[in-house]
Design a protein around this ligand. Sequence first.
Ligand SMILES: Cc1ncc(COP(=O)(O)O)c(C=O)c1O
Length: 382
Amino acid sequence: MKYSFDEIIPRKDTYSTKWLKFSDEDVLPMWIADMDFSCPSDITDEMTKRINQGIFGYTDTPPLLTETFVSKVYENTGWRIKNDWVVWIPGGVVGLNVACKTVLAPGQIAMVPSPIYAPFTEAPENMERGFVKNFLLDSDGRLEFSSETIKTILTEDTKLFFLCNPHNPGGTVFKKEEIEEISNICQERGIIVCSDEIHSDLILEEGLDHIPFASLNNYNQENSITIMGPCKTFNLAGFPIAAAIIPNKELREDFVRNTKGIVAHIDNIAFVAAEAAYSKAGLWHAELIQYLKSNRKLLLERINNIEGISLRGPEAGFLAWIDCRESGMKTPAKFFIEEAKVGVHDGAWFGDENYVRLNFGCPKSILDEALNRIEKAFSQRN
Ligand SMILES: Cc1ncc(COP(=O)(O)O)c(C=O)c1O
């Protein structure tokens, strides 16, 4: 490996949200979705060059960024997108909110999977629109859609369907047949899909590929907003930048109009970082995936040996959705944080308090220490 992911880098001095969360100094923070790895110099050298120029005025979107991104989407997924379909926005969550503002008229609602990364349910609320949850089924540890349930709870007013693929927190990479089912339902009812695919460059499961919802057929392409971006893949969450890919001109123009005066412009260093990430950090990205696969293997082996908790996957990403239903605990997150001193993300925030989400995007020694603590705390439970 050219890059090392083993180094432990102190983060509290940089006001890291992740590392400042727990007042108990002994708790290892493994919650919010950023990784404890430094960006490669392929990215930081370009940022440094830009900083050294010293002027940080208003900045247009660098055309090379869009071109590089468009090629990457094709390289990674086979989906041929056009440059002018891409709307750069300062972060994926902005995209979820603007999608609600664009698609939903007063009285109309979004359908949101559950459990889900909380900003999906917050977005309709922020825009004073309603939402209905479709509860995903836990099929032997894999979170899956139930088309029957979706059909039952859809109403005339459901005009937007939120997809999160790969899914956060479950880590499911939806297969072609699964996406087709959603597509059929949405096509039948004229529903627009907002597909958040921000974790799609981090597929870990052998034999699985990321299939963008919009790439499946022309209906999907013309009736969707796809959100992708470099922040999760290249650990750039502090420089918010994401792409909303909107092939339909009318929908795209509405979306852009709804950002006016509300959505901040993109940080000029974020543009540089994103362009360098897509054009220069391919090897780092490939090695990161190997490292995450190895961390996932360790996690699966050891978590599944502890009575009362279980884990399958994730098929993508660096977030493990640990099932604690068999543990008999009412508040498993409290146990992980207070007894094991492992700062997981409480499943309640995603809509299911019987699970905890653990971020394994960290040096192996930290993961190993967290697993030691979890094993010890469970062995001492009475
Ligand atoms: C599915 C998903 N979408 C969006 C985001 C956040 O994106 P951003 O920080 O670019 O707003 C996250 C962060 O964890 C996420 O998991």
